[in-house]
Design a protein around this ligand. Sequence first.
Ligand code: F6R
Ligand code: MG
Ligand code: MG
Length: 365
Amino acid sequence: MNTTISVIKADIGSIGGHIRPSKRLLDSVEEYVRQHQKGLLIDHRVSYTGDDIAILCTHNLGAENEKVHGLAWDAFKAGTEVARDQGLYGAGQDLLKDAFSGNVKGLGPAVAEIEFEERPNEPFLLFAADKTDPGAYNLPLYLAFADPMYCAGLILSPGMFKGFRFDIMDVSYTEADKVISLNAPEELYDIAALLRDPERFVVEAIYSRDTGEQAVSVSTTRLHNIAGKYTGKDDPVMLVRVQGSFPATGEVLGPFHIGAYVAGFMRGSHNGPLMPVPLNSPVSFFDGPPVVSCAAYCVHEGRLTSAADAFDHPFWDYIRSRVSEKAVEIRRQGFFGNAMLPYSELEYGGIVKKLEDLEERFQFR
Ligand code: F6R
Ligand code: MG
Ligand code: MG
């Protein structure tokens, strides 16, 4: 029987601004899932990254299952009541629609899911990012799955010699899912041409061309596409199956040392370096910097091990210092130029009104 791993995450309120959820809120979500999972889930874990709560669960019901999504939706609804009761900031922020309609996609929460036949040993990684958007994973995925400079397995491990298929979504198209499949290594330049624009083109999934197995699933939700206005950054989650004919854990983690500049940070309107952080980390400086955590698991017959905290290691302390320097450097130039996102990506509409008002005062010469 196939195992499905689903991760569904939402920001439903946090302490002291958009910093982190309260312990009571986390406990309430976990408690709800525990009480209602019988006959549905095999296992589950609840964690947070910045102000977002992720429900990781395993089951045999396949991706986009109405009952599994409904359980997560209801858990976030129940949590929202607790957030309101505690007066948490942004209570229920990511629950953008009133009613659940079979699938949380398009309702606000972010979802990543993979269904597969378990290998005898099945290691996988759960990434959760805050104060950024799904394109933040484009560069690490490109380097880990298509570049032998970062992924030694591409030249050393025969199971990877055929390369990987990238499914890339045009997230600016809102009428339907608009997706292209491109093969690495033959179409590397085409992949790069799309992934260089992470606000528009986002890796949705990656498949082994050797086995056809799915390695990666990324949540591709763009909140402002759903709400039509700023409601917070999309704060993406990602599942990555690793080892064997997939890249090794270390090959997937490696590119995160770059701390690449990504969209997000304060008011979802700036560029900031993506900082790899330990599990259950809050944000801080300028509501950031953009952060990403990684929980490494094994799953067997749907049962999850405890999480290994992949970025909790002295090596990453050094990287965090360097990323902090990058964050300070770009913050020194405030609103100017590349420090702030282009007009189309600014998540706050206020500037539109300001520019409209100023427009009237321009004079023609
Ligand atoms: C970014 C984010 C925060 C808020 C900022 C202002 O995704 O969540 O940076 O945008 O704290 O928040 P509001 O508008 O709620 O006062
Ligand atoms: Mg938020
Ligand atoms: Mg968030």
